[in-house]
Ligand binder design. Structure first.
Ligand code: MD6
Ligand code: FE
Length: 224
């Protein structure tokens, strides 16, 4: 029996000849080491007020391996009873989310031509085994506004698919200081994090975290 041909798996890198889909913007090394340090310090400060917490899937209640927190007027929350939603208070402390740090607002202004600032900032924290399944960023967030993200700490394998879940994915290695943002025709593309490479960056430990890991910050605007 002839073997069925397998779909090649592609690790998308800077040198990849294939262009990115329109609206998918990849800005490697956007932040230098000094700026990354300042961003991590802001995140640490923010997490004192709004500690990382465990989320769980709607219905099944299965825990997400990525721990999360938020800043801004709204935060993204999910649990068995309430499902995916945006809410104004931290689910554990009951307090309103802290304001979005100015440097994050500057990033949004710097890379998008949006007039309105983001009103929601999700903080994702990945330890050695954490992953984030393929998803689209939709919910109540405004689809006219882009989603902007920055990676800090350990490297991650980011997968980028198409408009339907079963579209083939390409892989992108995200490193500390890289910015990725989705707008226009790519606003709703499927994407996820297959995993991180623990210990590839000293950044988090240099800034008081107990172990290495990866932080990803995403900014968006929630419509009315
Ligand atoms: C992460 N990022 O990199 C997860 N979503 O940890 C996202 O889910 C994401 O990086 C929308 C736009 C950019 C992103
Ligand atoms: Fe996302």
């Amino acid at each position: 029996m002839p073997r069925l041909p397998r779909k090649p798996q592609v690790e998308l890198e800077l040198t990849d000849p294939e262009p990115f889909p329109a609206g998918l913007h990849y800005l490697p090394g956007y932040f230098d080491e000094t700026a990354q340090g300042a961003l991590v310090a802001d995140v640490r400060q923010l997490l004192v007020e709004a500690p990382l917490f465990k989320q769980s899937m709607p219905k099944s209640g299965a825990p997400l391996s990525v721990r999360m927190s938020n800043a801004g007027d709204f935060g993204w929350v999910t649990d068995r009873e309430g499902g995916y939603r945006y809410q104004t208070v931290h689910p554990v402390t009951g307090k309103r989310w802290p304001p979005i740090p100015t440097v994050f607002l500057d990033l949004w202004q710097g890379v998008t031509s949006e007039i309105e600032p983001p009103n929601m900032c999700l903080i994702n924290f990945y330890d050695a085994g954490a992953r984030l399944g393929l998803h689209q960023d939709k919910g109540e967030s405004s689809l006219e506004a882009p989603v902007v993200s920055v990676s800090l700490g350990d490297e991650a394998t980011f997968s980028v698919g198409g408009m339907v879940r079963k579209d083939p994915v390409r892989r992108l290695r995200l490193r500390s200081g890289d910015v990725v943002w989705f707008g226009g025709p790519s606003r709703l593309i499927f994407h996820g994090v297959e995993g991180i490479r623990p210990g590839t960056s000293p950044l988090l430990e240099e800034h008081g975290f107990a172990a290495s890991g990866r932080i990803n910050i995403t900014l968006r605007r929630i419509g009315r």
